[in-house]
Write a protein of this length. Structure first.
Length: 438
């Protein structure tokens, strides 16, 4: 299940355009072995998702609905379950069924102290007032011995009724994955994500900052992406602030280098370097067992589902690739490569990363590609030279970069590779495309 994330520092450099076309090219490359679960294009832009309108394909349920379900059902039930656990343990202690030094009691107390009550809808449940009271008291409770002071509140809560309510809410509390997967017959890949700007709603903006809620979202997303053979993530400019834990699941990070101006190129080089920093910190924290908060919780769940070796492998072998977009002259790629090598060298990173950073494709600046005429965004198959450019990216994804050059190769070798394609005619057409720009 390779997960490929397309990222870039700036808005408008072609992340979405290249994500969509890469998904189309992957679908084509997989040819006969294609099933509904082969390729998934995932719009991770929670602020302003665009792909579903670009492709004119509307999911049965959007991620906005997902947020609503997770917040109003899943989160509430998980919270109730936690309270039920806490109450049962505390009660057992008060009834002297378990002793003070019982490890469950320590755990129950820790859960009670740390549970985030911010997003729980107390008023929607019978005995909501009592539960609220229970949480207000927790600032006074530090030791297992002090649990007995909660006795009067615990007495007011009928555990049999609690269990019944819990059961009633448990049914139907999880979102159904199938409703969020939008298989598009015309393109033969699936689309995940929204069409409604989730973070436009204040409550959702609040939720996205709550680790416990975000974990629910990430878990659901992770289950969804595990179904597919290939997943292309389209990220918003500057990355996905809240979803950094997804780092664990990404196998290959593709940086878009916008060649249309020098400032954009400098920005991309800088972004690549910052990402490496960020990645190294994350990996080091993981190895030293220092991850905290959401990252830690997510890693633990991943380990539980895939095993530690697989999680370590994904992190240790994360691949970095570069796609040059909006190219006009091949000379500018050579310049950019020199600049990148020099930059990494100055930062003492070149030797370590020169064989890990692959050059996987280039796409010319082309008037066919035009998001204002939505359908133009999916240029794959509309122009054979452009399609071949994207085929190269797809082939590198499938071959896991076995054949693509790295920064260790010479500029000539890299350019030769980027200019080659199935039909060997890319360079001649490239010049024609560049000169037709007017
Ligand atoms: N190679 C290209 N030639 C011509 N136009 C292009 C090319 N690549 C992208 N564009 C155009 O640039 C604009 C921005 O592209 P796109 O939306 O894919 O960028 P983005 O990086 O996803 O932006 P955002 O950060 O806002 O999500 C679009 O109008 C698109 O059609
Ligand atoms: Mg975009």
């Amino acid at each position: 299940m390779p997960v490929i994330s397309i990222i870039g520092p700036k808005g408008g450099i072609g992340k979405t355009t290249l994500s969509i076309n890469t998904a189309a090219a992957l679908t084509r490359s997989l040819g006969n072995s294609l099933t509904h679960d082969s390729v998934c294009l995932f719009d991770l832009d929670l602020r302003l998702p665009t792909i579903s309108s670009i492709l004119e394909s509307h999911p049965q349920k959007t991620f906005y609905d997902l947020f609503e379900t997770l917040a109003n059902k899943t989160y509430q039930v998980d919270f109730l379950q936690s309270i039920y656990r806490i109450l049962t343990i505390f009660q057992a202690n008060l009834d002297k069924e378990i002793k003070r030094d019982h490890p469950q009691l320590e755990k129950g107390l820790a859960l009670y102290k740390t549970l985030n009550m911010e997003l729980f809808h107390f008023s929607e449940f019978p005995f909501g007032n009592e539960l609220h009271e229970l949480f207000l008291e927790r600032s006074q409770i530090y030791t297992v011995g002090q649990i007995r002071t909660l006795r009067p509140i615990l007495k007011k809560i009928d555990m049999v009724q609690f269990k019944q309510i819990l059961k009633k809410h448990e049914a139907n509390s999880r979102p159904t994955a199938d409703e969020y997967i939008n298989y598009i017959e015309e393109f033969k890949f699936s689309l995940l994500g929204g069409e409604v700007p989730i973070l436009g709603k204040r409550n959702h903006r609040k939720r996205i900052n709550e680790p416990a809620f975000l974990l629910l979202f990430l878990e659901f997303v992770n289950d969804l992406i595990e179904r597919f053979n290939y997943v292309i993530l389209d990220t918003p400019a500057g990355g996905v602030n809240h979803l950094s834990s997804l780092m664990n699941s990404i196998d290959q990070v593709l940086f878009i280098f916008d060649m249309s101006n020098n400032i954009a190129v400098n920005g991309s080089i800088d972004a690549l370097h910052s990402f490496i920093d960020y990645y190294e910190d994350f990996y080091e924290d993981y190895r030293q067992g220092r991850l905290s908060g959401l990252d830690k919780a997510y890693v633990n769940r991943m380990i539980a589902s895939k095993g530690e070796a697989a999680v370590t492998e994904t992190l240790a072998n994360k691949k970095f690739g570069i796609i040059f977009n909006r190219c006009q002259k091949s000379g500018e790629i050579a310049n950019c490569l020199d600049q990148l090598r020099e930059y990494l060298d100055t930062l003492d990173r070149f030797d370590e990363y020169k064989d890990r950073i692959h050059l996987v494709g280039m796409v010319p600046h082309h008037k066919i590609i035009n998001i204002t005429n939505n359908r133009g965004t999916l240029f794959y198959d509309k122009d054979s030279a452009l399609s071949n450019c994207i085929n190269l990216v797809a082939e590198n994804i499938i071959s896991e970069n076995e054949f693509s050059p790295t920064l260790s190769n010479s500029n000539d070798e890299i350019l030769q590779f980027l200019q080659k394609n199935g039909k060997g005619s890319w360079m001649s057409r490239f010049n024609r495309i560049a000169s037709s720009l007017g």
